[in-house]
Design a protein around this ligand. Structure first.
Ligand code: SF4
Length: 312
């Protein structure tokens, strides 16, 4: 029987598709923590949790999530730990039924680890990496202070793929603003094509309160995109994709668009390349409808500006 008095340090953030996973926090915060749009760990000093604490939490999580088939390792860049192989082996031992063990990973960390070391981590138990690409456009990445350029994104992503890890890339819609919309869309497609990941996931930029990006917005050095521009950006991105075996998802409500509070676009999803024409057709219908309406068009940017959604 699980004893709540034991305590359990679980991560504050995880991808939506890890909602049912056993959550294991092996680091706290983000070792980079400078991306302009991100407030997730702004008040958190990056820490490696002591190995014995991590193992104790794995034991506890194994009681809470008894028989769990998916495990998520957090926080944002846990593969920087020198003892990550030992941790993975322990997780694998305590979750013998796990079919998927996932972690976030920064491109630089993946590039530095390289395919051989990543392969060793995979053999120890890790099966999947979520990597925040955000953009494949050099200027957009620099403006967002991502700390990684397109070529390093490609090197990190390819290292994970070569190691046999499933790779999920996040692309941040609106990251280039209207000024670099096309470069952001095409650059992101170029990097995705070079990596050829297993998954591409869309997230729409929200300028969070107290983020560095909010200051740029107030100064007028960054502008957000309209709902129609976002759809055109996604269309340009998807049209330029030449991935060979990739699941595409818009698995977050931040990608939705409403007219007069009715959801008229709930994102695109499918398997590429086979579903590309269907996904583009859905985008074209949404562009047509939203471009011709007199109604009140709302996306997450507008709802956030109106104070109707909080921190995402
Ligand atoms: S987006 Fe990722 S890498 Fe950037 S500060 Fe946030 S957690 Fe760190």
């Amino acid at each position: 029987m699980f004893d709540l008095r034991k305590g359990y340090d679980f991560p504050p953030f995880r991808p939506p598709n890890e909602a049912s996973s056993a959550l294991i926090r092996v680091t706290r915060g983000c070792p980079w923590n400078r991306c302009e749009f991100c407030t997730m760990y702004k008040g958190t000093r990056f820490q490696m949790r002591p190995l014995e604490d991590v193992k104790r939490d794995v034991d506890t999580a194994a009681e809470i999530f008894l028989g769990s088939r998916t495990v998520f390792i957090a926080d944002s860049d846990s593969l920087v730990r020198k003892d990550i192989v030992e941790i993975m082996e322990y997780v694998r031992e305590k979750f013998p039924d796990a079919e998927r063990i996932t972690s976030y990973g920064r491109a630089r960390t993946l590039r530095v680890l390289g395919p051989e070391r990543l392969k060793r981590i995979r053999e120890a138990g890790l099966t999947r990496i979520h990597m925040g690409l955000e953009s494949g456009d050099k200027e957009t990445l620099e403006m967002m202070q991502k700390g990684v350029g397109p070529e390093e994104m490609i090197a990190g992503g390819k290292a994970a793929r070569e190691a046999g890890l499933d790779l999920s890339l996040y692309v941040l819609i609106g990251a280039g603003g209207p000024d670099r919309l096309r470069e952001h869309a095409l650059g992101s497609a170029r990097v995705c094509n070079a990596i050829d990941p297993d998954f591409i996931r869309l997230r729409t930029l929200v300028v969070e309160h107290a983020s560095s990006l909010e200051a740029k917005l107030k100064q007028g050095t960054f502008r957000t995109t309209t709902p129609l521009q976002k759809l055109e950006e996604v269309r340009t991105f998807v049209d330029a994709l030449e991935v060979t075996d990739c699941q595409f998802a818009s698995d977050h409500f931040a990608n939705y668009i409403w007219i007069d509070h009715e959801c008229v676009y709930d994102g695109i999803a499918g398997h590429l390349p086979g579903d590309k024409a269907r996904m583009l057709a859905k985008l074209d219908r949404a562009i047509e409808r939203i471009g011709s309406t007199d109604g009140d068009v709302q996306d997450v940017t507008i709802l956030h500006e109106r104070g109707l959604v909080g921190h995402l």
